[in-house]
Design a protein around this ligand. Structure first.
Ligand code: IMP
Length: 199
């Protein structure tokens, strides 16, 4: 079975290919099937945004489509930046500008608990959808630490590992991350679905 990844991100493509290849699923990019769908992420939850993206690409291609939506939720910021993580603070900011905004927002705050959330949705042409959510709890540091990773990685600290995401190797991060957990659940859900529908 062929599935289209509703993303232009080749890093996500590699992750999806590695996991779903084990189920005999061929994952391709939108550009491989000649579409370029621009979806406005108007949902208020990660689930809604992932479903919006997956459905739009499924409708444009007639093929099952997979999308994901993720972000950082900080308790003392009322769950923000949440679904606005990628655009927190507005257009034109760097990753460092955005995580600095989070640090500024937590100045003097004792509750620094946070979690990363990832939601993956697959929309099938018949109207069925499969959704999987992964979460990774942690705390926000007082200053950035580590050089690797992207986004909010330098300020997201895992007490059990005594490291931020930016101080972990890709393997270490994938083993515990929100995305790694969502992908593992998604694989199981998809396996059950494909068995159930005999495809
Ligand atoms: P998405 O591509 O729409 O899911 O955007 C999610 C945004 O959340 C990214 O632009 C990052 O700012 C943030 N984010 C999601 N996952 C991670 C992660 O693993 N590390 C750091 N930031 C992340």
């Amino acid at each position: 079975m062929k599935m289209v990844l509703a993303s232009k991100n080749t890093h996500k493509l590699m992750e999806m290919k590695a996991i779903l290849g084990q189920l005999g699923v061929e994952v391709v990019l939108e550009s491989d099937v000649g579409v370029d769908v621009d979806v406005e992420e108007t949902g208020e939850t990660f689930e809604e945004n992932a479903a919006l993206k997956a459905r739009a690409v499924m409708e444009a291609t007639g093929l099952p489509a997979i999308a994901d939506d993720s972000g950082l939720c900080v308790a003392a910021l009322g769950g923000g930046p949440g679904v606005y993580s990628a655009r927190y603070g507005g257009e034109g900011l760097t990753d460092a500008d955005r995580y600095q905004l989070v640090l500024d927002g937590l100045r003097g705050e004792l509750d620094r608990s946070a979690k990363f959330v990832s939601c993956i949705c697959c929309a099938f042409p018949g109207g069925d959808t499969i959704t999987a959510r992964g979460e990774c709890p942690g705390v926000i540091t007082y200053a950035p630490r580590g050089e690797d990773g992207f986004g909010y990685d330098p300020v997201f600290f895992l007490p059990e590992y005594k490291k931020t995401f930016a101080q972990m190797t890709a393997e270490e991060k994938n083993a515990v991350s929100h995305r790694g957990r969502a992908l593992a659940k998604f694989k199981t859900e998809l396996e059950n679905y494909l068995h159930g529908t005999d495809q």
